[in-house]
Ligand binder design. Structure first.
Ligand code: IPE
Ligand code: IPE
Ligand code: MG
Length: 247
């Protein structure tokens, strides 16, 4: 049986999040500029989106640019922003054809104007699509997001539209940029790094973490299937004991 055939449809993660890492090292290995690695990573994005949609995954979040990535050399940032605009324009047809809704989380106001407006227009054009949500995390970091949420909650308390005793886990979740999306059940990080890099810290509380040494531009459908199969073999106990889960 192929890897894809071994996947149990009823046990698919409802939300897969991916830290797409290793573009720079991939390019360096080939004696090319880092930007070449980013460009080559677009094919992996396409494969991952397509594979998730085919399998029936409801939500896929791709960490494309972190708050901390603003500290990279200007040349690389400019190239990444340009690539984002080009990719959105190129892929919008595919999103339409496959009934995929584009969403974005992060400090989108920090993106270059043209980048943000292309993004908003693609979000608008796909807003009725139902098959899968493709969420791009752009200028995103979890601490930024949690800080924003705290500010908004504090403001409501000041205005007396909220009381301290109203603050619950659900309320906090509803103030995050992911309020409409279930928490990720599977996090994949490529490139062999074993860290979260400020990604969805709150939402990741019970996610299964999967690390692969593959560099992002080498990531293909089969790699996604392998990650999902690994996920499906795990026992998610949520604090309970094994016997309770099996009962
Ligand atoms: C991930 O690849 C893409 C972004 C963070 C934008 P990197 O650019 O981090 O590649 P490495 O980790 O340096 O190899
Ligand atoms: C994390 O990758 C951010 C994205 C994939 C967008 P980085 O390459 O920026 O993370 P660190 O710096 O290695 O932790
Ligand atoms: Mg990296």
């Amino acid at each position: 049986m192929s890897l894809k055939e071994q996947i149990v449809a009823e046990k698919l993660p409802r939300h897969i999040a991916v830290i797409m890492d290793g573009n720079g090292r991939w390019a360096k290995q080939k004696g090319k500029l880092r930007v070449f690695g980013h460009k080559s990573g677009v094919a992996s994005v396409r494969e991952t989106v397509e594979a998730c949609a085919e399998l029936g995954v409801e939500n896929l979040t791709l960490y494309a640019f972190s708050t901390e990535n603003w500290n990279r050399p200007k040349f690389e940032i400019d190239a990444l922003m340009e690539l984002l605009v080009i990719t959105i324009n190129k892929e919008i047809k595919t999103l339409k054809k496959n009934d995929i809704r584009l969403l974005a989380i992060g400090n989108l106001g920090a993106l270059p104007k043209r980048c943000n407006s292309e993004l908003q227009s693609a979000i608008e054009k796909t807003k009725t699509h139902k098959r899968m949500n493709l969420i791009l995390a752009l200028s995103y970091s979890s601490r930024w997001e949690i800080t924003q949420a705290m500010k908004n909650i504090a403001e409501e308390i000041q205005r007396k539209t909220l009381k301290a005793e109203d603050i619950t886990e659900e309320l906090i979740s509803s103030y995050l940029t992911t309020s409409q999306i279930p928490d990720p059940e599977l996090l994949i990080r490529t490139s062999g790094e074993h860290r979260i890099s400020n990604f969805m810290l709150w939402q990741m509380a019970y996610a299964e973490l999967y690390f692969t040494p593959k560099l992002w531009p080498d990531f293909r459908k089969e790699d996604l299937y392998a990650a999902i199969l690994d996920f499906q073999q795990r026992e998610r106990r949520f604090g309970k004991i094994s016997e309770q889960i099996k009962a």
